[in-house]
Design a protein around this ligand. Sequence first.
Ligand SMILES: *Cc1c(COP(=O)(O)O)cnc(C)c1O
Length: 397
Amino acid sequence: MEKLAIFGGTPIRENPIYYGRQYIDQDDVDAVVATLMSNLITCGPKVEALEHKLCEITGAKYAVVVSNGTAALHLAAMAAGIGEGDEVIVSSITFAASSNCVLYCGGKPVFADIKSDTYNIDPESIKKLITPKTKAVVAVDFTGQAAELNEIRKICQENNLILIEDAAHSLGTIYDGQPVGSIADMTTFSFHPVKTVTGGEGGAITTNDEELFRKLRLLRTHGITRNASEMAHPTDDPWYQEQICLGYNYRMTDFQAALIISQLNKLPAFSKRRKEIVKKYDEAFCKMPEIKVQREIPESDTTRHLYILRLDLDRLSCTRREFFDALNAENTVPQVHYLPVYWHSYYEKLGYKKGLCPNAESYYEESMSIPLYYSLTDEDVEDVIAAVKKVVAYYKK
Ligand SMILES: *Cc1c(COP(=O)(O)O)cnc(C)c1O
């Protein structure tokens, strides 16, 4: 058996591959530079053009571009009217921002369990958690695979709940023939560098509802309006603007918007390559009983953001941590997505206890993400597979 690098053997490759990274080309650079030299560098024509482009890609009627994905979630929760005493049902395996947005508004996140094979929020778990105080659901398209949106939408309609879809992972994914972004009441996106498309930072909300759209746009810029019909005290003074509610400065700069537009031109290529890599990984790992491959639902034509390597620890003589460290030493650098949100000490202080969502907890104990991004070469992908096989071979029972 080959000696693992962690025990002094030779690593599979010399330089490390990380779980995610951005891809920036000359077109992106040119788009940013041209915008920097233009008249308006924040919230100008590029932000508006990006909003149009997002509508085109997602099929949504309206898009509001904001400074990051967390701001998008915050505004979505505000526009949904979440406040003191309201409960919002949230996926338990996600980045904390999906749930923090409820806390920002004074609401109470209620964590739903995931399905043990798709890792997405379980519609049955949502049903069980609904009370008279429930106002909304935040469903995350974890790894890029769409949540079971038909079922979840039905539950929301029957119980008069607003559906917020956190699509930070799933730009480019099609669910049941419809692009993500046109399905939920509001869909939020992130353009952080590890996501499929980046602006350095950036976010957006899409919706088909004109009233929600107006609220979102107002909240993005301090709650200040230039529209006389919205004002309590309209005047014909040309300078007059009025603050009619408490909003924020969640604007995006025009040079970030220019970068995102340029990146979106490459989205079809990004999606295609991510799908190819996922297929190579799936083919390699589905033959290995020590590894569980994420189940794909037939409704989701997925542009995958993360590839999850889930271990069957009963068939391995190591812990998840030992596997993680061994893979790292082979220069395939993993990461773990995510700690169940309510395990964070902040949530613990709010009174959430371990044991709430058993599927989420066992998922977390057995999983890590391996490299998945556009610019991985076939050779890189082969190295990742070889590294996983090497570590499995060493530890298999
Ligand atoms: C990245 C991410 C966010 C937050 O986006 P930012 O742009 O980093 O604020 C929210 N939810 C999920 C699931 C994410 O992965």
